[in-house]
Design a protein around this ligand. Structure first.
Ligand code: C2E
Ligand code: MG
Ligand code: MG
Length: 640
């Protein structure tokens, strides 16, 4: 019950002596005129009560009386109940035949922790300090010696009412403060454990939840699966649709996952969370049957790949999924999480494979990766990263018209590590700039020698990775390396994969412009894999498209495949771009891409990547030989 507690000074006086009650009422009453009127009393009351005084500055007390301990206790109970508690209870110590003042005080204290209790007694027994301990708190129990002077009584009442009001104000301030602290803690907790966009648990919370599931008494017997899911090409979608729609989409995905999880025929509740920009997770406890889990994971995939309606348009998503589970893949949340992450990354790297189930072989691979990681930095320092060269043939002249520089890690024991194993690693470790510089230095030194010894004038292509586009000093670095070896900028092409380019066009575009203004060539690598709208190509300073190997590999398989390659080449030509066919492995492939108007070809059929000495030898033999024309497959004759 609430009431305006500040407005009243409620006082209860308890004594079995009616005369004394009369004295209390007189001295605490409104018209009280002290025998020897002191201004001190008026001043005290004015200071303590301000507005709550009469025109003479005297405090107003609302005084009630009882003549027995029991009835006093009842009065306090009622006052608390109606929300009008007393500020002071004056209690006579002896009130036969009922309970004495001490017992009454004890019972009153149980009902009201804040009331000031004044024990009024002729002798100081029991000891005042014992009473403070017995009926705490000690600062709310007082002794008042009988007989008392009326002014003394009024002063005490005024002081204790003032104290009661300031205690109340302090308690209220504390309550407000506590409420605020609680709200802030709650908000911080939300921030620390929940994703603000989807309001789903974040990585930290998911890990906590998984640990709770594992540590629960039944955790040992039950299997808990962790499914991680990444939305393919989300950053591209986010950029093209706008941030707001991107956020809407993430929220919609979260809701859909929650709905799909609710459909799981399990007694235990699944937990859906978001643990990265476009990465979601489902914790699935109590798996009894692997087939059920497989079906469930499949249904999660389907639910995300159902079209989303966004800005009145249907949007089709693809996702990559990785799954690991406790206790098979780890005994704690962190280990299970890292296994599921490894499986997810495997799915992301292989677009054809949407769901990856974690298995031991991946763990071995992770260890291999870990070992490589510690060696890579040193390898870069001591020059174990070398460059091999793969020739590109002009399909017009049959002569070498380009070279691609491909990094190789030659380990002291003679083994060669392939770029697929250390290029992504260099990105993860933040040393991809060092890798790029070491390849470019290697290439520049080689070209410098070739110029001197072989009158070399053919451009060499070097691959750029995503991270390099964020390096503000890229142009400066390239310039200084080329100038240092006296290599002209038109002898260098830079290859960027289409996916890297599309990942962040706003960052890529100005960098490409700077590079192009400087005079190096820009080639788009692995073209055709990026699902791009192609319109972006027209605005970029690009000279060459390299058709992805996967198209070339299938070109002779069917008429449709052949037509796809033909269309890509036609598109490049229409945009005034030079077109290179990558991964040419057979004579027939070479012939077809030549027929379709490709400008250059690169592939094992022409020459594999070779170290510098082998490459120079290869160049020498090509100069001396001429090839017979290869034979076309049957259907190709119709197309050509
Ligand atoms: P990429 O730039 O598309 O290079 C072509 C890859 O295809 C090379 O693999 C090459 O050996 C291989 N290849 C060429 N012709 C054929 C063929 O006829 N059949 C088949 N099956 N494969 C062929 P490699 O050298 O293993 O390089 C793989 C990828 O690693 C490269 O793909 C490139 O993206 C990356 N990479 C290589 N060196 C570097 C580098 O110095 N920096 C960066 N950032 N990435 C590099
Ligand atoms: Mg390349
Ligand atoms: Mg390529």
């Amino acid at each position: 019950m609430t009431s305006d507690l500040t407005a009243t000074n409620r006082v209860l006086v308890v004594d079995d002596d009616a005369m004394l009650i009369g004295e209390y009422l007189r001295c605490l009453g409104e018209g009280f005129e002290p025998d020897s009127a002191t201004t001190t009393l008026g001043d005290l009351e004015k200071v303590l009560f301000g507005e709550d005084t009469d025109e003479r500055g005297a405090a107003k007390f609302d005084v009630q009386s009882r003549n027995q301990g029991k009835s006093a206790v009842e009065a306090v109970r009622e006052a608390v109940k109606i929300g009008k508690p007393y500020s002071i209870v004056f209690l006579d110590i002896r009130m036969p035949p009922g309970i004495d003042g001490i017992e009454a005080a004890r019972q009153i204290r149980e009902l009201d922790r804040n009331v000031n209790i004044v024990i009024v007694t002729g002798s100081l027994s029991p000891e005042p300090e014992d009473l403070g301990k017995e009926i705490p708190p000690a600062d709310r129990i007082f002794f008042f010696k009988k007989p008392f002077h009326a002014v003394e009584c009024r002063q005490l009442a005024a002081a204790l009412c003032g104290k009661w009001h300031s205690d109340l104000a302090l308690r209220r301030a504390n309550d407000v403060l506590e409420q605020r602290v609680w709200e802030r803690t709650e908000a911080l907790h939300k921030l620390a454990y929940y994703d603000p966009v989807t309001r789903l648990p974040n990585r930290l919370k998911l890990l906590d939840e998984l640990d709770l599931l594992i540590d629960a008494p039944e955790g040992k017997e039950r299997q808990t699966a962790l499914l991680l899911l990444d939305i393919d090409r989300f950053s591209f979608l986010n950029e093209t649709m706008g941030y707001k729609s991107g956020t809407e989409l993430l929220t919609a995905i979260g809701k859909r996952l929650v709905r799909a999880c609710n459909d799981l025929p399990s007694k235990e509740k699944c937990i859906v969370g978001r643990f990265g920009a476009d990465e979601f997770a489902c914790l699935i406890p109590g798996i009894k049957d692997h087939n059920v889990l497989e079906e469930f994971v499949e249904s999660i995939r389907r639910s995300v790949e159902e079209p989303f309606l966004l800005n009145s348009r249907e949007l089709f998503l693809k996702c990559s999924i990785g799954v690991a589970w406790h206790p098979v893949h780890g005994s704690d949340a962190k280990t299970v999480f890292s296994c599921a992450e490894a499986a997810l990354h495997r799915s992301m790297r292989q677009p054809a494979r949407c769901i990856t189930w974690y298995h031991r072989e991946m763990q071995d691979r992770a260890k291999y990766k870990f070992d490589l990681q510690s060696e890579l930095r040193q390898a870069l320092e001591v020059g174990e990263i070398v460059t091999w060269f793969q020739p590109q043939l002009s399909l017009k002249t049959g002569k070498i018209a380009g070279v691609e520089a491909l990094a190789r890690w030659e380990r002291p024991d003679g083994t060669i590590v392939q770029p697929v194993d250390f290029v992504p690693l260099s990105e993860e470790m933040g040393v991809s700039d060092l890798l790029f510089e070491s390849v470019l230095r290697y290439v520049s030194s080689s070209v410098c020698r070739w110029k001197e010894n072989h009158k070399w004038d053919i451009p060499v292509s070097v691959n750029l990775s995503a991270h390099q586009l964020r390096n503000r000093k890229l142009v400066e670095t390239i310039k200084s390396i080329l100038e240092n070896r006296d290599v002209e900028q038109n002898l260098l092409n830079l290859e960027l994969t289409e996916t890297v380019l599309l990942e962040d066009l706003t960052i890529a575009e100005p960098v490409l412009r700077d590079l192009s203004n400087y005079g190096v060539g820009i080639h788009i690598d692995d073209f055709g894999t990026g699902y791009s709208s192609l319109s972006y190509l027209a605005d970029l300073p690009v000279q060459t498209l390299k058709i992805d190997q996967s198209f070339v590999a299938r070109v002779t398989e069917s008429e449709t495949n052949a037509k796809v390659v033909q269309a890509i080449i036609a598109l490049g030509k229409a945009m005034d771009l030079e077109v290179v066919a990558e991964g040419v492995e057979t004579e027939q492939q070479l012939l077809l891409v030549t027929r379709y108007g490709c400008d250059l070809a690169q592939g094992f059929f022409i020459g594999k990547p070779m170290n510098e000495a082998d490459f120079l030898g290869w160049c020498h033999t090509v100069d001396q030989t001429t090839n017979d024309l290869p034979v076309l497959p049957d259907f190709a004759a119709d197309i050509a």
